[in-house]
Design a protein around this ligand. Sequence first.
Ligand code: AHR
Length: 499
Amino acid sequence: MKKSSIIIDRHFIVGQTDKRIYGSFLEQLGRAVYEGIYQPGNVHADERGFRKDTAALVEELHVPIVRYPGGNFVSGFRWEDSIGPVSKRPARVEEAWEVIETNEFGLNEFMDWCNISATAPMMAVNLGTRGIEAARNILEYCNFKGGTYWSDLRKEHGYQDPHNIKVWCLGNEMDGSWQIGSKTATEYGRLANETAKAMKIMDPSIELVACGSSGMQMPTFGSWEMEVLDQCYDNIDYLSLHTYYGNAENDTKNYLAKTMEMDNFIQSVVAICDAVKAKKRSKKQIHLSFDEWNVWYHSLESDKKLEKWTKAPHQLEDVYNFEDALVVGSMLITLLKHCDRVKIACLAQLVNVIAPIMTSDTGAWRQTIFYPFMHASNYANGTVLNTVVKGPKYDSKDFCDVPYLDTVVIENQESEELILLAVNRDLEEDMEVTCRISQFEGYERAEHLVMTHEDMKAENTEAEPYNVIPAQCSYTKIENGIMTSLIKKHSWNLIRIMK
Ligand code: AHR
């Protein structure tokens, strides 16, 4: 059996987690909204049409913030189409995803849904086909108390109190050739800055996210970030990062190592932010909003065959398997290891569209990736400790020196708990893991949840919703200040040590 040791010191910390690191994303796309969270007349819907079965699963995930309405969708969106009496809202050609958008569900419905789902909105404005004017109008509609055209219209629509939306995204993936109204870094940087200025004059309490590159593989990655930050550093608060992984080559060893790239991506963007800070001799620090991350590849081929210009088609409906859950677990670990700079992150997405939750007309169920996210968001809150691992490593097709054990330790002072999240990337052997915890006097009771499966491609479906699920195990012991755990080969683990 391989062995690793984890070295922690409660005084050597990375930082405090921001709850919003467990955000998610709901795009006006496919069946995310329609049939996902909203389906009037469905047996599971409430009197307003919100799916109660979906809401119950969202609640289990403890998602503190949800990005909306896109994504690529937002770059062609006229937000005014989505407010007021539903019967008067226009149906539109939605070019980002080549569908028909009815606008039956819109801004205020989303705010209602946030309220019942105990989550906060993260609203994106259209900087593709639109700009400053539309951005300040939607802000006035949402956040201004009253006595002006847009704020009074909100009241007329039944919302006396402002929505007070705190976090706003300045467009989406504006460097991508697929984006409607894509821009050069110079064009976007200037527009983002002027939009940010206008929005903050109206509501100085808001926080703004500027678009970083839509991926590290973009040819302009790096220079885009530099240029955009150079232009809007003083008026924005976060820079965005997006990443999706897949295993199209069916090389699981390499697939499980892909978070090495995510780690490098974060470190690179932090370095760029700080280089611009130094150049500007600024005291202000830009934080990161990793507002799209997940596995996305299963549905890419079948989506090409979908009929165009239909309403709410089955788009981006990846059915996740067990190995995808391990990658999602590793992605969470990576985000947590950078919690000093990553303050917001959004699992893309939440329901039906590359999502942990799936629905049909008859019910809702949890995909494999639901579990690592739920474990982290429910328990991994507090102080992330500098987690040093001494143990064996491997090389894969694209990566060298990949630790078999991917792990992070969090101390929750409030609940007096030590939380360890771990993925064993080893496909052949279990691992013995030790960690000296003598600084945590009196911490004894352990809970160890493990998720593993003999079949790396095993899935949860409506017919078999509990095929891949976590189980309690007794693989963790504490003796003489040393915690020893057995970490099964190819497994996801949540270990909690309590007083
Ligand atoms: O999440 C799906 C899509 O991925 C989003 O609309 C877009 O921003 C990204 O390319």
